[in-house]
Design a protein around this ligand. Structure first.
Ligand code: FAD
Ligand code: NDP
Length: 633
């Protein structure tokens, strides 16, 4: 096909999928009696006592870190390095253990899609060698536990505790944080904690979403979301995903995103019949996972101080399409040969884009992307035997519109006689009955329905909304209200005026890459620096309390820089709906005011390496420019 024909096909396929209800097509689980248990923690014994730190009502901590995933651990670690003591820190998580994403997601086949040598944090500090180039879920979770143990953070962490609200106390100059702890066998315990600083390392993709399908309530078979896998039903375990109990079961999975791509090969292997309900296919490239060669690892890492950062930067440079690229491609995988992903995460080319050159910029991104996308579509034909199935598995959108996938068994699963792809031609499944799923005139009877339908979109709302609670700052201002009224407003994507001493790792107005763990580390160092400098200012004059927030001018200036970079993301306008573009809602924005708000909610346009240089340069200047710091008794 010519580029024009491909573009036309992209537009046709996108138009099929644009729907008026956008993000409203999904159910708010918190308000659904029938489905609110979908967010409950299946991994802990409800009768066991919570492990970790015990808090009492009215406890006071210096720094509360919300989230015990890789982000929370990195924040805690960098704070310790900056001179804070373990007793200054308290980590809180609704989960029963460390790991965040990797605590919750234990579906069969879960693994990181970014090389573990750059994804797993603190490898230089721990000296840990990941077992494979792409690590599996159990190892990623156990590594989080190992990090927590090494730095003595277990005793500083409160598990099974949900933060529900936080309010700024203007008199005491601290946050009052409302929490609910799930107690073993007893009623939930409500309590209040006071914290000088709060850091929200609450993640991007942790609140499962479920489509509002007609008949959802009617289905009487077993049903769960992939992030809360029910091994009691399927058999097996995260460590040994032999799903023995499915041998006599008809299983359906709705969704064909990055999660389903990893889980389907396991379901295909064990289920009597497997139906994969597809609305939009993923683009699935090869993976090529392999065990880590210990000798190579030794050579690559041992005598090279700073190797981890260097490898991460090298990866980020390729993904941002830095020109000319670094002379060595250290990671050398499907990501580093995908410069068109810079359309989503930004890169140096953004600096040159103006209103006049937008069209040429987007055309250049497509020119980078067409050969890759065509190769991946051709791969489907090479792997999948049935011609119709192969045609339906081809992704017709630019590679940057959804998380690209990499797997060596997913497409192959569709050659198995027990596996059926039920393609819905972009409409999604029509409805559920008490027995199964209906698509067009066919009903598929199922014993088990798995929802691989993803998470609430991380690009909707403020950091407070992403963490699932309300944040009330100075003068009773709600953070969500600030975002609704005027759009995102931060300095460096980490702190917002009127919400003093509250810090968060973007994603709005911060840098981005395919490797989220690198951003988390950069921001953790930045935040640790700011908090230590601010606290030292108070100490220097013999005072205790310190309040940090960006000045109005600095916030405005940073937001303007983010807005100015928004033109570089014009390639996203042609994307098929997904959580990246609020299920297509961005395409419907018509007023100038809404356009400006959307632009303010964007990311640093010139890529993660550039973002790192900007914030590190700011730190080197040493004057905390743009932050208002007040100290008191
Ligand atoms: P999380 O790991 O999400 O941890 C946040 C924690 O905060 C959670 O444990 C949550 O329970 C807790 N929390 C949130 N709100 C509250 C509250 N109100 N009260 C109490 N606790 C709360 N990114 C990559 O770069 N590469 C990958 O390969 C990759 N693979 C992924 C695979 C899956 C299945 C998913 C879902 C995401 C993946 N991601 C990947 C994105 C991933 O989320 C990040 O890489 C990273 O794990 C985020 O770490 P985090 O600590 O910021 O957030
Ligand atoms: P996604 O949001 O990517 O996928 C959800 C799937 O459900 C999509 O295929 C979607 O179709 C489909 N869907 C939603 N509603 C319906 C409906 N009514 N009928 C039919 N299908 C429907 O969620 P995932 O959990 O797969 O992934 C989320 C993110 O988590 C990824 O983008 C990635 O960032 C991360 N992740 C990374 C992994 C890794 O490889 N390490 C593994 C897993 C997740 P449609 O596309 O049409 O909306």
């Amino acid at each position: 096909m010519s580029p024009e024909q491909i573009q036309q096909k992209y537009n046709e396929e996108r138009d099929k999928r644009l729907r008026p209800d956008g993000t409203a097509q999904y159910l708010d689980l918190a308000t659904s009696e029938k489905f609110k248990h979908f967010v409950d923690d299946p991994w802990l014994d409800p009768h066991a006592q919570a492990k970790g730190l015990r808090l009492t009502n009215d406890s006071r901590v210096k720094i509360l870190v919300l989230g015990a995933g890789y982000g929370g651990l990195l924040f805690a670690l960098r704070l310790l390095e900056a001179g804070f003591k373990a007793e200054d820190i308290c980590i809180v998580d609704s989960a029963g253990g460390f790991g965040g994403t990797w605590y919750w997601n234990r579906y069969p086949g879960a693994m990181c899609d970014v090389e573990s040598y750059i994804y797993m944090p603190l490898l230089e500090e721990t000296g840990y060698m990941p077992q494979h180039k792409y690590a599996y879920g159990p190892e990623l979770r156990e590594y989080a536990e190992m990090v927590a143990e090494k730095w003595g953070l277990e005793g500083r962490t409160v598990f099974r505790t949900v933060v529900s609200e936080m309010k700024w106390d203007e008199v005491e100059k601290e946050w009052v944080v409302e929490m609910k702890q799930k107690e073993g066998g007893e009623d939930d315990l409500d309590f209040e904690l006071r914290a000088s600083f709060v850091i929200a390392a609450s993640g991007l993709l942790n609140y499962p979403k479920v489509p509002r399908l007609p008949g959802l309530d009617a289905f009487r078979g077993h049903c769960f979301h992939t992030s809360r896998w029910d091994y009691r039903y399927t058999g097996g375990s995260p460590e040994d995903p032999s799903l023995e109990n499915l041998k006599d079961k008809r299983v359906g999975i709705i969704g064909t995103g990055a999660t389903a791509v990893q889980a389907v090969p396991h379901l295909a292997k064990w289920a009597k019949e497997l139906y994969v309900f597809q609305r939009t296919p993923s683009a699935v490239d090869t993976r090529g996972n392999r065990p880590t060669d210990a000798e190579w690892w030794q050579k690559e890492t041992q005598s090279k101080k700073g190797w981890h950062r260097q490898r991460r930067e090298n990866f980020a440079a390729f993904v941002s399409n830095v020109s000319p690229p670094p002379s060595i491609d250290m990671v050398a995988d499907g990501w580093t040969t995908m410069p068109s992903f810079s359309a989503l995460v930004g890169g140096p080319a953004a600096a040159q884009v103006t209103l006049e050159t937008i069209a040429a910029h987007v055309a250049s991104l497509h020119a980078l992307d067409f050969p890759r996308s065509e190769r991946i579509r051709a791969r489907v034909d090479e792997v999948v035997n049935d011609k119709t199935t192969a045609e339906n598995l081809k992704a017709w959108y630019p590679g940057w519109c959804k998380r690209p996938c990499f797997h060596d068994e997913y497409l192959q699963s569709f050659n198995l006689p027990q596996v059926t792809l039920v393609d819905t031609d972009g409409r999604g499944v029509d409805r559920l009955t008490d027995h199964g799923v209906v698509v067009e005139d066919s009903e598929y009877n199922l014993d088990l329905l798995i929802l691989g339908t993803g998470y609430n979109s991380p690009v909707v709302g403020s950091p407070a909304r992403r963490a699932g609670f309300s944040v009330i700052g100075c003068n009773g201002l709600s953070m969500e209200q600030k975002w609704d009224d005027s759009g995102a407003g931060t300095l460096h994507g980490i702190i917002s005026r009127d919400f003093p001493n509250f810090l968060f790792p973007g994603p709005q107005q911060a840098g981005a890459s395919a490797n989220q763990a690198f951003l988390l580390d950069l921001v953790a160092e930045h935040v640790a620096y700011i908090l230590s400098q601010a606290t030292q200012k108070a100490k220097a004059v013999g005072l205790e309390k310190v309040v940090v927030e960006p000045s109005a001018a600095a916030e405005q200036e940073w937001s303007m820089r983010i807005m100015a970079g928004a033109v570089a993301f014009a390639g996203l306008a042609g994307c098929t709906p997904s959580y990246f573009n609020r299920e297509g809602e961005f395409a419907r924005i018509s007023t100038q005011e809404e356009q400006m708000k959307a632009a303010k909610g964007g990311i640093w346009s010139q890529g993660l390496v550039d973002y790192a240089e900007v914030i590190e340069g700011w730190r080197r200047s040493g004057d905390l420019k743009g932050l208002e710091i007040t100290v008191s008794n």
